[in-house]
Every structure is written in structure tokens, then in C-alpha cells.
Write a protein that binds this ligand. Sequence first.
Ligand SMILES: Nc1ncnc2c1ncn2[C@@H]1O[C@H](COP(=O)(O)OP(=O)(O)OP(=O)(O)O)[C@@H](O)[C@H]1O
Ligand SMILES: [Mg+2]
Length: 488
Amino acid sequence: DTIVWTAVAEIRELLQIDRCQFFWCRNQDFSLEETLGGNSLLSLEKRSQFELGHECCEWSSVAARETNHLRAIELLGARILEQNLLKLDDIATTHQLDANSKVVLLEIGVRSLLAITVQTRSGDLGIVMCQHESSDRPWKISEVELLNAVADQIAIAIDQAKLYEESRRTAALATAQAEQLQQALQNLQQTQAQLVQTEKLSALGHLLAGVAHEINNPVSFIYGNLTFANEYARDLLELVKLYQEHYPDPVEPIQDYRENIDLEFLMQDLPQMLSSMKVGADRIREIVLSLRTFSRSDRGKMQQVDLHEGIESTLVILQNQLKPKSHRPAIEVVKEYGELPSVECYAGQLNQVFMNILSNAIDALEESLLERPLSVVGSSDRHSDYKGKSPIDKTPTIWIRTQVSRPHYISIAIADNGPGMPEAIQTQLFDPFFTTKPVGKGTGLGLSISYQIIVEKHKGQLWCKSQPGQGTEFLIEIPVSQQISRSF
Ligand SMILES: Nc1ncnc2c1ncn2[C@@H]1O[C@H](COP(=O)(O)OP(=O)(O)OP(=O)(O)O)[C@@H](O)[C@H]1O
Ligand SMILES: [Mg+2]
């Protein structure tokens, strides 16, 4: 469009003429109906249709003859295409035109005319038409040659512009396709990584459930028999006491043996030993129960569960990480449990969410504690040492709050007083593979999987509130029943 427009303006300027036009010629099929000997015959004929591309002319002539700008081409177009060039110096006197054509042309004010075809390699056909209206205008050979050269240049320029346009379109298409591919590849990688991670967690769950099951039997055995062992020991000790009362002076071998085994100490220690064994066995049973609760297999079905049990079992598994370490005091867990109804959910998956969020909180607290001076390490009561100091020296704490947040919905908030996060990190938190942890420590999948579990699998919501230096809070909200989530 720009090429044609520039060309007509330049030609008019160069040749000092009143009007220069460019027409596109398009071949069109016309069906003709002929009657031959009483039979009607249908035949197709190709005709050229002319369409004005651009025009450049004197303002006065435009105003005067705007509606006439197609007359000359309609009259002479076919002939120009046939001859490639039409040169009319003075229309009034020329022998190249019939009388009728002359009248029409003079009527619309054309006195001289020079026209030439433009043929591009890509098959486009056009005509450059120069008209002079104010006087007759003999065309010089040099002017005809110039117009010829310009017509060739126009054809080349149009071809190049088309090629350029084409290559741009192809390039844009290729870029779009490459982007699509890139996106598809990324999606694929993410899905694969998430599948692997989910698979790993579920395999770990199975493993835990298996271990818990294996430990459960011998522990029940020990636990069950401890009560009897206690009774038997008490009876035996009673019997020994009775012997001592009634036979205060036993024979020498008995006396030697009694001294050897330090009977007094044994009689005092055995009941204590048995009761601490019971405490230990109790603890093992608790851990086994937590392992089983944590790795509860959903088998693709939702269950009604007490979410507090899930949170508690997760805390048992994380117990070791919460304990005091050489470089930091214990992480305190403050539980503010509300009255929760049982919730219909994939319990095993929700436990994974608790695990992810709680582990992140522990990592964050660890990180903030690692950055501080280690002056307190080695103090006898590290825990109290951290209390009441500047914000960075406060006790590392995790708060777990549960409540019915609104009718039919429960919420679980897990907050920490760790370093918090700037806005830039918060916006990417739930993106797969987003991690600020060193390679090998974080995969960046914890929160993205958690988001999927809460939002997609449970029709709930997962938010994060955080400010640098102010800690972080994750808020989970899920419907009590999946039926409800559909009707609300
Ligand atoms: N409680 C928090 N305090 C501060 N930053 C957090 C907290 N929780 C998450 N983050 C930030 O969010 C990032 C993403 O967490 P996410 O759990 O998705 O991945 P990750 O913990 O880095 O790795 P992964 O969980 O796969 O082992 C973390 O790297 C961390 O920068
Ligand atoms: Mg994580």
C-alpha cells in the first residue's frame, strides 16, 4: 500500500502531470448465457476487474471529477493490458482511439494519457496511469522509459514487500509455535516432577504404614505383657520379703547370693524400671499410631476424619526437628485448636499439606536462627535465654489455629515467627519449582502440590500472609463436606 501510494505521488511530481493513478487488475470469471439454435449455452469468460489502489492529483480535478476516476480505466484497461503500454499525446487528434472513446475521455477532461502495466513475479497485475487534463501533453521517449523503469521497480518492491510480509508471518508463526512447544514442555516437566514427587510421597506413606504395622505387633506384645510382668514382679518381691521376715538367717549360699545381686537395690529398682519400660512402650505405641494416621491410605476415596489427629500425627513425625539443637533452642508449638466437626477429605493428602507447611516453617525458623550470633549456645537454659530479647531473639514458635471459619467451612492457620517473605517471593510461592533453598535441600514442589491438594482436590483455598521480619502465616480453608462445596 505504501509502495503504491509513494509511487503515484512521485510519478506525478516527476512528470509534472495532473493525475497519476494505480489500479489493481483482478481476473474474474463471468458466466455468459448464449442462445444458439434454440439451445441456451453457458460459457465462462475471464474479464479484468479494475480497482483503484491509489491516486494522486490536483485538488481541483479531484473535486470536479471524483466520480469519474474509473471511467478512463474501464474504457482503456483491457487494451492497456493487451499492449502493456498506451501512449496518447493528444486525445482530441489521436488515431489510436475510436470516436466514442475520445468523446468519453474528453468529457471527463482527459487530454493526454500514458499508461503502463505492472506485472509482479507473484502474479499480481496493475496499471500505472498518467493523465494530463489542463492541456495536451506530448510524452517524451525519456519519460516513457522512466515510467517503464518505475513500473519494474514497483513490481519488484511489491514482490519484496509480499515476501517480507510472508517471512514475518512465518517467523511470527514459528515463534508462536516455539512458545507453545516451550509451554507444553514446561507443563510436561512440571506434571512429571509433581507425579514423581506425589508418587514418592505415596511410596513413603506405604513404607511408613508397613513399618508401623511391623512394629505394632511386637510392641503390643511387650505392652500387653508388661502389666503381667509388673504383677509377677510385685508377687515375687512380696514373696522374697516374706522369706526375709520368716527366715531372717538363711543358709550361707543364699546369704552370699543376696549380697552378690544387691537384693536391696534390686527390690527398689525393679518396679521403677518396669514403670519406665511401660512409659517407653506407651510412647512407641503413640508413634506407631501417628505413623499409621499420617500415612493413612485414602485409596482414592474421601473419608470422614478428625483433622486434629492428622496435625498431631504430623507433629509426632516432625518431633525430632522441633527439639533443641546445638545452634538453637527448641521450636515451640502453640496449639489453639477449636471445636472441629469431622471433615470429609483425603486424609493422607491433607497430612502431606500439613507436613509441607510445617516443614517450611521449621526451615524458615532454622534459617533465621542460623543468621544470628551463636552467643547463647552453650547456656544451660537456652530456651529462656531467647525470651524477651529483640524480635530476632524471640523463641522460635509455630502457632496452629483451627476453627470453623464460616458455616460448613473449617480453617487451619499455621504461622511462624520466622524471617517472613518479601512480596516478590510471595507472588511465586505456589509456582512449581520455585524455591529459595539450596540445591539438594528444596525442590520447590511442596507448596505447589499443597495448593493442588487444597484447591483442586478439596475445593478449598490456600493463602499466605507474610511480611519481612514479621513471620509468615498460611491459611487453609476447606469445606466440611464436598457436597457443600458444590452447592455454595
Ligand atoms: N514459612 C515460610 N517462611 C518463609 N519462607 C517460606 C515459608 N514457606 C515457604 N517459604 C518460601 O517458599 C519457597 C517455596 O516453598 P516450597 O515448599 O514450595 O518449596 P521448598 O520448601 O523450597 O522445597 P520443597 O518443599 O520441595 O522441599 C521456599 O523455598 C521459601 O523461600
Ligand atoms: Mg517446602
